[in-house]
Structures are given as structure tokens and as C-alpha cells.
Write a protein that binds this ligand. Structure first.
Ligand SMILES: Cc1cc2nc3c(=O)[nH]c(=O)nc-3n(C[C@H](O)[C@H](O)[C@H](O)COP(=O)(O)OP(=O)(O)OC[C@H]3O[C@@H](n4cnc5c(N)ncnc54)[C@H](O)[C@@H]3O)c2cc1C
Length: 527
């Protein structure tokens, strides 16, 4: 790996640090592609991820029990049967170190195996180093370089990664993915309510069903694999509620038809759901989740195009509810570095990038969900573009065209499956908006109208919304959007910035914080 060694001023503080050409944070579809593209263009690369294996949220593997991320050592087969994607293994080289991760239920598995093999090959030549189980909790400028402060995740199996694993890099690619977006509804704080992504992660990661009788609700095509996966796994999907009307795709038929793979995927889910007699209910939302100690059911109601409830609610019995309203990009690291943002096609805050995936900060590239939620294929294409650009290689026009095509599809998807404009009317007064700090919708409305807290910053100070353990990761978007609705204005970039900035990108032991050098303390970049 091409690198130089720097010696910090205080030799007792840290061991000498290597400077790598390109650091990539996130080993999901975007980060894997970026690392491969940069390494194959001749750059020395360090690829960091909090997870133990390559793949991110999309190519999530069964229980991460072992230290070898390239061969899947320690991967336990999740008890799934054989799936069609399992036979796409041809592009990978033999992996002597352990069993293959289970490809069942994964789309684009051949792409994953190809990227993983190329990462393995680059690692063997010393061009690329993959550091699994490593959280990047702070990103800062260090002269012309980027300094990433890292810590091993608590789940890391021994041997533990170095607790003082700072990385210095000339250029940085951030591909940190997204969180599930949630909208508060009465009863969503009951045990048995999970995010749609959480239900999927439990199933893919641990082979665990979130419940036996499950309601899946929200909006977007992601609800389909969640419901199909639960049904295949043996759960009774009592209701699959889609707030939008998918017939709106007719207005975007040209864009949809150009994405044959995605249409085929959707058809596949429809067949699986039909096999389990699950018929999606469109223009239907969960208006209340029932139960006292845990979920016992849900009330479902029809809504109009704006999301206003149009009829009486009907109750269904269920032991769990999986809610998904799309995703919110995970922007702590780009925001720490001062990257410029915008509101994306789905109403989320996204990092602004140019055609080479360059952010507004020199040397910083961003790829995947952080630039706008659009699925794994878009993330891979953006990763390739970002990796090549970060390595100083000329652009690949074919990859750029892929980005544009997938982005066009993502825009159409968000137009078909918007967050319903009328949702702020759903939470009753006592409904919690911020579950960590137990801030209800009534408290937030009072803070807004009586105390003048009409933006997230003021609401944070006056009502403590987003001040708890999750630091607004769960409630930030909803609280900002509720406040905007209460004050009769559109959600702004500034609103979302206020609820997306966090001093730390990940949990970090106090001992690591205590060991920070004084220069960083003086700059105020520590909490
Ligand atoms: C919970 C969840 C479940 C999903 N399930 C599906 C699905 O089943 N089917 C589907 O089509 N789409 C699914 N999606 C959407 C899909 O995962 C994305 O389109 C795709 O994964 C985007 O790729 P990415 O590389 O941008 O991000 P991701 O795949 O999310 O990868 C981001 C990676 O960055 C790492 N990371 C983030 N922050 C840090 C940090 N500070 N330090 C170190 N590492 C960090 C994470 O560990 C992760 O591995 C899911 C999304 C989520 C959030």
C-alpha cells in the first residue's frame, strides 16, 4: 500500500500513523464499490466498517460470529432454504477460510461476490486493508489530510481491533448508509413495534421473526421484501398496509420500464406474497397500535392521496407491527466535515455532490444513501464513481450513466411513495414523538405555539426533543416535519440540519474520549 508515516508531536499519545491515499467509511454496496474502484486505480485504501462482514444493510449476513470478513468465517447459515440467488456464485474465487455467506433472499448476490473477491484480491497484494468491527466516531481535518478517529464496536469478537486506530487519509469516501425513517403513531412505543428495517435485519441477521402475527405498514417498495421475508419465515402477515397508491407508477411508466430488474424483483415479491395469501392494502395506514404492555393489534384506516383519513378504522389482532417510511441518510460524518447539504427527492437531508461524487469539502467524496436514498444498485454505481475520482483516475462514463438512470428511477419512486403530507395530523396529543425523552406531540405543539419553539433547535432546548440516547436518529425527521407543519411552512434544509448534526458519529468508550489529544480539545471538536 502506498503510504507515508507521520510522527505526532507527543510521542506518548499515539503510535506513528500511516497516511493512506483513500479511506473509505462504510462497507455496504457503495463503500465496497468505492474501495474496489480506488484500489484498482492504484490507490492505497483503508476500508472501515462497524460491521464484521462486508455488505452493509443490503447484503446483510447471518450472525456475525467470526473475525474473517472476506471468506465469511464464522457465518452461521440462517436456516433458510435454497434460493435462486444462491446459484449466482460463479464470479467469486474459492474461499478457503470458511463457508459462503448465505445468498438466499439477496438480490445482486453476484455483484456482492464479485466486489468481495476483488477486495480480497487487493488485500492480498497489500493495496487495500479492510478493518471490520471498527466504528468511526469522529472525522476531522488535519492539515490537508483527513483524520478518522475509530473505536472497536462492543460486539467485536477477539482479537479486538486496536482501540487507538486513528486513520490519516489524503482523500476520504464516506458511504455510511441510512436509518429507517419513522413517523409517530399512537402506540408506537409499545414492545412489539419495530422498524421495517429492524424486522428485516433480525430475520436476515439472526433468523429471528419479530412476531407470529405481524402488521407491516408505511410506504415504499421496501415493505414488500420485509413482508415477503416474514411470510416465508413462517409469520402470518396479518396486513400489509401501503399508504400510497402504486398505480401512480403509470405516470412514470417510461422510467420504470427502463429498470427491468427492479420490475422483476417487484413481481417476484408479489408472487411470494400471493403464495402466502397476503394482499397489500393500498392507501391504508396504521392509525393506532393497540395494547397495554405490548402489541395486541392495530387499527387500520383508508387515507386519501394526501394521507388524510377518509373512513372508520378497523382493528386487526397482531403481536407485532413493523413500520417503515423510507430511510433517512446517516449524515453525522459528512456534517462534521462541513459538507453542504440539500433536501433530497424524498424530503430527507442529503449531501450535495457533483458528477464525480465530490462533496463541497476538498478531498471528500460521498456515495450511496448519504447522497439520497435510491437502493443498492445506485449505491454501487456511485461508489465506483467516487472511488475512481478519489484515486485520481479518469471518470468512467458508463458508470456515470448508471448513476443518472438509477437516480431518475429513485426520483420516480419517491414521487409514487411520498411521506403523506397530512401525517402531522395523525399523532394524538399524548402520542410520544421523542421516545427517548418521552416528549409528546402535545408538548411539542405547546412548545411551538406557546413558547415560540418553531424550529428543531428551539424545540430541543425547550422541549428536549431529540436529546436522549438516540440523539434524534429516530425522531429527528418527524419532529422537524411536525414543527414545520405546525407553523404552516415547508420543511427546510436548516430544520433538518439541526436534527442531523451530532458531536459523535458512534458510541465511544469514555476512556477513548479521555485519551484525545489536547489540540483536538482546544479546537472544540470533542463533545
Ligand atoms: C435497516 C435497513 C435494512 C435494509 N434492508 C433492505 C433490504 O432488505 N432490501 C433492500 O432492497 N434494501 C434494503 N435497505 C436499503 C439498502 O440497504 C440500501 O439501498 C443500500 O444498502 C445502500 O447502500 P450503502 O452502501 O449506501 O449503505 P449501507 O448498506 O447501509 O452501508 C453502510 C455501511 O456503513 C457502515 N457505517 C455507517 N456509519 C459508520 C461509522 N460511523 N463507522 C463505521 N462504519 C459505519 C455501516 O456499518 C454499514 O455497513 C435497507 C436499509 C436499512 C437502513
Amino acid at each position: 500500500m502506498r503510504e507515508q508515516v507521520t510522527h505526532p508531536t507527543d510521542p506518548l499519545a499515539e503510535p506513528p500513523l500511516r497516511v493512506v491515499d483513500v479511506a473509505v467509511v462504510g462497507a455496504g454496496p457503495a463503500g465496497m464499490a468505492a474501495a474496489v474502484a480506488a484500489a484498482e486505480a492504484g490507490a492505497g485504501v483503508v476500508l472501515l466498517d462497524a460491521g464484521g462482514q462486508l455488505g452493509g444493510q443490503y447484503w446483510r449476513h447471518p450472525a456475525e460470529a467470526g473475525p474473517d470478513p472476506h471468506g465469511g468465517r464464522g457465518c452461521e447459515r440462517g436456516g433458510h432454504g435454497s434460493g435462486p440467488d444462491e446459484h449466482e456464485h460463479g464470479s467469486d474465487e474459492p474461499e478457503p477460510d470458511g463457508p459462503e455467506p448465505d445468498g438466499h433472499g439477496h438480490h445482486g448476490w453476484a455483484t456482492f461476490l464479485d466486489l468481495r473477491a476483488r477486495i480480497g484480491a487487493a488485500a492480498r497484494t497489500g493495496t487495500l486493508e479492510h478493518r471490520p468491527w471498527t466504528s468511526v466516531w469522529l472525522a476531522e481535518r488535519d492539515g490537508d489530510l483527513f483524520r478518522l478517529r475509530t473505536t472497536p464496536v462492543p460486539e467485536a469478537p477477539p482479537p479486538h481491533p486496536s482501540p487507538r486506530g486513528d486513520v490519516l487519509a489524503r482523500r476520504l469516501v464516506l458511504a455510511p448508509g441510512a436509518y429507517d425513517r419513522q413517523l409517530p403513531v399512537p402506540g408506537w412505543d409499545l414492545p412489539g413495534v419495530v422498524t421495517a428495517g429492524g424486522a428485516q435485519a433480525l430475520l436476515k441477521g439472526s433468523g429471528v421473526l419479530v412476531g407470529r402475527r405481524v402488521v407491516v405498514a408505511g410506504t415504499g417498495p421496501f415493505l414488500l421484501p420485509v413482508a415477503a421475508g416474514l411470510a416465508d419465515g413462517g409469520a402470518h402477515v396479518v396486513a400489509l398496509c401501503e399508504a400510497a397508491d402504486p398505480r401512480r407508477w403509470a405516470r412514470h411508466a417510461g422510467t420504470a420500464l427502463r429498470q427491468g430488474t427492479k420490475l422483476a424483483e417487484a413481481a417476484g415479491y408479489a408472487v411470494r406474497l400471493a403464495r402466502h395469501r397476503v394482499r397489500p392494502r393500498t392507501r391504508t395506514v396504521v392509525t393506532e397500535i393497540l395494547g397495554t404492555d405490548r402489541v395486541t393489534g392495530a387499527r387500520l384506516a383508508r387515507v386519501d392521496a394526501a394521507g388524510a383519513v377518509t373512513g372508520p378504522a378497523t382493528a386487526v389482532a397482531a403481536d407485532s407491527v413493523a413500520l417503515g417510511w423510507g430511510f433517512t441518510p446517516q449524515l453525522e460524518l459528512p456534517l462534521m466535515l462541513g459538507a453542504a447539504t440539500a433536501i433530497g427527492a424524498d424530503g430527507s437531508l442529503v449531501v450535495r455532490v457533483d458528477p464525480a461524487q465530490r462533496a463541497s469539502v476538498p478531498g471528500l467524496y460521498v456515495a450511496g444513501e448519504a447522497t439520497g436514498v435510491g437502493g443498492a444498485a445506485l449505491a454501487v454505481a456511485e461508489g465506483h464513481v467516487a472511488g475512481r475520482a478519489a484515486a485520481g483516475a479518469p471518470p468512467d462514463p458508463a458508470r456515470r450513466r448508471e448513476v443518472l438512470n438509477h437516480r431518475a428511477f429513485a426520483r420516480a419512486m419517491h414521487a409514487v411513495y411520498p411521506v403523506p403530507a397530512a401525517w402531522p395530523a395523525w399523532p394524538a396529543g399524548e402520542t410520544l414523538v421523542c421516545r427517548c425523552e418521552e416528549v409528546s406531540a402535545a408538548t411539542l405543539r405547546t412548545a411551538c405555539h406557546d413558547l415560540g419553539a418553531d424550529d428543531p433547535r428551539a424545540a430541543r432546548s425547550l422541549a428536549r426533543v431529540g436529546m436522549g440516547r438516540c440523539q434524534g436518529r429516530v425522531c429527528g425527521w418527524a419532529a422537524a416535519s411536525l414543527l414545520a407543519a405546525e407553523t404552516g411552512r415547508d420543511l427546510t434544509d436548516d430544520d433538518l440540519l439541526a436534527s442531523s448534526r451530532r458531536p459523535l458519529a458512534a458510541h465511544v468508550p469514555l476512556g477513548t474520549l479521555a485519551g484525545l489529544d489536547t489540540a483536538a480539545d482546544q479546537e472544540g471538536s470533542t463533545p
